[in-house]
Ligand binder design. Structure first.
Ligand SMILES: [Zn+2]
Length: 303
């Protein structure tokens, strides 16, 4: 069933687990995530970046998510990193049930003003809003910032008070993409604890893919050139959830699984050019990866 971001995260906050937010770009990825959600009996957030909307279009993405929502698990259709007001407005109108407005690149006052405006528009339609304060590192499509600016708890408190966002993305050391750490970077769980205590609301972790070594190995074995990717180790995700993260974003792991499976099939069956045969293993591998993430977040069995 289609629910709002606020509804799905309220329960997660009360019961101390996190809901997986997975990026969808096409039917197979959406199906893989939903197969995982149904098999794990887990609530799920299907999120679309501005890039995904450009690629697939509002109508196709909405149709996919609304079809997915016929399953018996709670589903949110969420805009990921909305920066363009026109896109935000269109999603609110078109049937998205969660909106992230990302004004983290703007001066504080401007971020507050824009986010508050989005909250007003969205809340009028019963839609929930995620804001961002601090800067998550790395590159996510058009959103690029190399430097991580850790979230300041005082600033976060003021931001929430002034904007009335339903949930907040915080920067505690993660980055977008497949190259999160050079060396021994770790999540600042102490900072997370302080922010959670101060805000007492659902919190969001971006840039949280695990980049599993076995997946990288498979992709590289069949020709991918990935350099030295590094993700957030599973035990740190578990701790982040324990200390108050209620929504964990995952995109890179899905991309890696898609890439690894397609490369393997094409390498092993060069004579087979049926798109269904090529994409089926990708759908299965993504499901496996998403199921693992759901168990890690503690959301299995929570639907
Ligand atoms: Zn993000």
């Amino acid at each position: 069933m289609l629910v709002t971001l606020k509804q799905i995260l309220k329960k997660a906050n009360t019961e101390n687990y996190a809901v997986g937010a997975f990026n969808i770009n096409n039917m197979e990825i959406c199906q893989a995530i939903m197969n995982a959600a149904v098999s794990q009996k887990a609530p799920v957030i299907l999120q679309t970046s501005q890039g995904a909307i450009e690629y697939a279009g509002y109508d196709y993405l909405k149709a996919l998510a609304h079809t997915a929502a016929k399953q018996k698990v709670p589903v949110v259709l969420h805009l990921d990193h909305g920066r363009d007001m026109e896109i935000v407005k269109k999603c609110i109108k078109a049937g998205w049930t969660g909106i992230m407005y990302d004004g983290s690149h703007l001066p504080f006052d401007e971020n507050v003003a824009n986010t508050a405006k989005v909250v007003k528009m969205a809340h009028a339609k019963g839609i929930s809003v995620e804001g961002e304060i601090g800067t998550i590192g790395g590159a996510e499509e058009t959103v690029i910032s190399r430097e991580i600016i850790y979230t300041n708890p005082d600033v976060a408190e003021e931001f929430v008070k002034k904007t009335k966002v339903d949930t907040l993305a915080i920067a505690i050391g993660t980055s977008h993409g497949a190259y999160k750490f050079s060396g021994n970077a770790r999540l600042d769980l102490h900072l997370l604890k302080i922010i959670k205590q101060r805000l007492n609301m659902p919190l969001v972790l971006h840039g949280a893919s695990g980049v599993p070594a076995w997946l990288v190995t498979q992709a590289v074995r069949y020709g991918a050139q990935l350099g030295k990717p590094e993700g957030v180790p599973d035990d740190q995700i578990v701790n982040a959830v324990k200390y108050g993260i209620n929504k964990v974003n995952t995109d890179t792991d899905i991309r890696l699984a898609f890439d690894a499976a397609v490369r393997k099939f094409i390498a092993e069956k060069p004579e087979d050019f049926d798109p269904r045969h090529i994409l089926q293993p990708a759908r299965e591998l993504i499901q496996q990866v998403v199921e693992h993430r759901m168990r890690l977040f503690g959301s299995s069995g929570k639907a």
